[in-house]
Design a protein around this ligand. Structure first.
Ligand code: SF4
Length: 331
């Protein structure tokens, strides 16, 4: 098996080429005894392709719950009986207060997130009002996550100053219909392509631990290689009470670190961001992810679950001697 890791090292660091799905499948078969070699390679690849800086971002749910979609992992769906209740769009002062708090952590990116299938005209107007205000008041780049975009919506958001748009593929195309019935994976893909076409940066995340196979995780990496996003947030399922996936067991720490490494090896230049679920999956091992390919964090709370305090994360980065800064990605 070590030969496979040596082969990947040569491909990524000497020949500077992407790994194929066959090569990634072979790496996915390595056992726990080779986890540290895999993680070490992922760290070397991160340093060689993306540098040593870590990008820090805050996210804020400006419109929570009541979503008409039925993503089986999501406590914000109105299809499931969960503890999350629908709330209206936050007002500008509330959003600005959260943005200022985020800025104080050293963050360079602030993402406003809405639980919607896609933005209606009223939402577009609010977003286009808010984005320049946050940018001017805090100096941070502003990202938006508001679902599927249609018509000229992507262009209008790009023209309105949105730096990065988040739209997750979540999982491989072959597994997606087991998780969502109210929209298709293709609709997600089309929005991702449109985001890139109009010149916004694409943040396209994944959610691991929903029952997908290893082969489907490799399929997903291959699909992301085609999309070439700037950022890939890695979420691990935190099974939420009331959702259909509440019965699933969280991904274990060794498996999580292996797949963080594999996502870095498959997507060498990206901003690979720790996102939801790292606390329950990795516990005290969260710093190990940062030496296994991760080079970005979401600080503070997630959309419906609590994260660690920003101070804990910033202390972790200081211990690792990893500087905080904004990253830009060229494939
Ligand atoms: S993941 Fe997004 S689109 Fe799906 S139910 Fe949750 S908020 Fe709605």
């Amino acid at each position: 098996m070590t030969a496979i890791i040596d082969h990947a090292r040569s491909a990524l660091l000497e020949h500077r080429r992407l790994l194929t799905e066959e090569e990634l499948s072979a790496l996915a078969e390595t056992g726990e005894d080779e986890l540290s070699a895999l993680a070490e390679l992922a760290h070397d690849v991160r340093l060689a392709w993306a540098g040593d800086q870590v990008e820090v971002e805050g996210i804020l749910s400006v419109k929570t719950g009541g979503c008409p979609e039925d993503c089986h992992f999501c406590s914000q769906s109105s299809a499931f009986d969960t503890e999350v209740k629908a709330t209206p769009f936050l007002d500008t002062e509330e959003v600005l207060a959260a943005a200022r708090e985020t800025k104080a952590t050293g963050a360079t990116e602030f993402c406003i997130v809405l639980a919607v299938k896609g933005p209606d005209e009223k939402t577009m107007t609010r977003l286009l009002e808010l984005v320049p205000i946050i940018e001017t008041e805090t100096g941070m780049n502003v990202a938006v996550s508001a679902g599927i975009l249609e018509g000229d919506q992507a262009q209008r958001l790009a023209d309105g100053g949105v730096h990065r748009y988040n739209h997750n593929l979540e999982t491989a195309g072959s597994f997606f219909p087991s998780i969502v019935s109210t929209h298709s994976w293709q609709e997600r893909w089309d929005t991702c392509e449109e985001i890139k076409r109009v010149g916004m940066e694409l943040c396209c995340g994944v959610l691991l631990g929903m029952g997908e196979t290893d082969a489907q995780r490799v399929e997903l990496i291959g699909q992301l290689q085609q999309l070439q996003p700037q950022e890939v947030p890695v979420n691990f399922l935190n099974p939420r009470p009331g959702t259909p996936l509440q019965i699933r067991k969280p991904v274990g720490a060794a498996e999580a670190l292996k797949w963080i490494s594999l996502f870095r090896l498959g997507l060498p230049p990206v901003i690979l961001r720790y996102a939801g679920g790292r606390e329950i999956t990795l516990g005290d091992l969260q710093s190990v992810g940062l030496t296994s390919g991760i080079n970005a964090l979401i600080v503070g709370n997630y959309l419906t679950t609590l994260g660690r305090t920003p101070d804990e994360d910033l202390a972790m980065l200081e211990d690792l001697a990893m500087p905080v800064g904004a990253l830009s990605v060229a494939w």
